[in-house]
Design a protein around this ligand. Structure first.
Ligand code: SF4
Ligand code: SF4
Length: 352
């Protein structure tokens, strides 16, 4: 009974009438109060595909990296896609995104301001679930409680707890299963990557004469001193440890496709000219069939098309070896095992 009296008392108040008549319309309510953060907005043109956002997101299905299909003009773009139904608007993805400007924006967020950043480190560590053998050595080596944990038979690094000491990386027995990603000096990092890749490519192009006639069951091996590459890279970025890490990451993951061209075998049949998807092979009555290496996509179509063995197709892999003072990059190149048009015997070529 007392509650009925209380209600009557409430309704008699002037303030109740004001609240009732001044109730917010639906339009007013959808306006986001300042203290609420927006859903993340993705500016995919800035994405470098590092995966830091997916590693930081605490909601299992809120964010994923996708990759557009490759075209003949360019390699498919990698970028994050946000599922607003699963997103809890914590803003961690925007916070850890290392690009400048950021690929992911999430409205005003005190955590994004430099002085409050919860990743006070220049490196973040990620585990490649495909390579990880779940030995848990990293978990044992880590000195921060909960920074590395096991969940659903996966080993995960909690980026918010990680202090980037690198002990986990030291302890991991599988090369590549644990990686460190530098989240600073991105432009310089890209420049060093380009420098290393072009140096390796140039080294192999200079060996074209030697590798051209390599039998299909043989390997070509050579070593390249690390020192000159380090020296050139240090002119771009003076942090020796960082430069060393970048070169190691590039060389250990890189695969280069090499196309060789033995003009002396060319019969000017021109089969390759119309098959080449990039217009790298041209014909003119004056200069005959020519290949422009700068336009070449290394797709190997010419290698698979030419019946006279003019084009060769090889795949090169690299490994950095810095155990001793005189570090080196070891290069292994092998002929492709793709099927090719059977070579035309030389005797038949002459009788043509
Ligand atoms: S805002 Fe938070 S929950 Fe939403 S996608 Fe980013 S990290 Fe995930
Ligand atoms: S590999 Fe041969 S076919 Fe392919 S783009 Fe290069 S030259 Fe053209």
């Amino acid at each position: 009974m007392s509650s009925v009296i209380w209600y009557l008392y409430e309704f008699a108040q002037k303030s109740w009438a004001e609240k009732f008549t001044g109730a917010k319309s639906e339009h007013d309510i959808v306006e986001k109060p300042d203290r609420f953060r927006d859903f993340p907005v993705v500016l995919k043109e800035y994405c470098i595909g590092c995966g830091a956002c997916t590693a930081a997101c605490p909601s299992p299905t809120a964010i994923k990296l996708v990759r557009d299909k490759d075209t003949t003009e360019e390699v498919g773009r990698v970028y994050p896609v946000i599922n607003n139904r699963a997103c809890i608007r914590c803003g961690f993805c925007a916070e850890v995104c290392p690009t400048e400007p950021k690929t992911i924006e999430c409205g005003e967020n005190h955590l994004i301001r430099e002085e409050f950043t919860i990743l006070p480190v220049e490196k973040s560590y990620v585990i490649d679930d495909y390579l990880c053998i779940r030995c848990k050595k990293c978990m044992k080596a880590c000195c921060v409680e909960g920074a590395i944990r096991e969940e659903d038979n996966r080993i995960l690094i909690d980026q918010a707890k990680c202090i980037s000491c690198g002990d986990c990386l030291e302890s991991c027995p599988v090369k590549g299963a644990l990686k460190s990603i530098h989240i600073a000096n991105l432009d310089e990092q890209k420049e060093i990557i380009n420098l290393v890749v072009s140096k390796l490519e140039k080294t192999l192009e200079d060996k074209e004469e030697e590798i051209r006639d390599l039998p299909r069951d043989k390997l070509f091996k050579m070593e390249l001193p690390l020192k000159p590459i380090m020296e050139d890279s240090l002119k771009i970025l003076s942090d020796e440890e960082l430069v060393h890490d970048i070169i190691e990451r590039v060389t250990d993951r890189l695969k280069l496709r090499i196309i060789t061209w033995d003009e002396s075998k060319c019969t000017q049949c021109r089969l390759c000219v119309k098959e080449c998807p990039s217009g790298a092979i041209t014909y003119s009555p004056d200069s005959g069939v020519k290949r422009d290496p700068d336009k070449c996509l290394r797709c190997s179509t010419c290698y698979q098309t030419c019946p006279f063995g003019v084009a060769g197709y090889f795949v090169a892999k690299f490994l950095m070896d810095d155990q001793e003072d005189d570090g080196k990059i070891m290069i292994t190149l092998k002929p492709s095992l793709l099927p090719i048009t059977e070579p035309i015997p030389e005797t038949l070529q002459e009788s043509k």
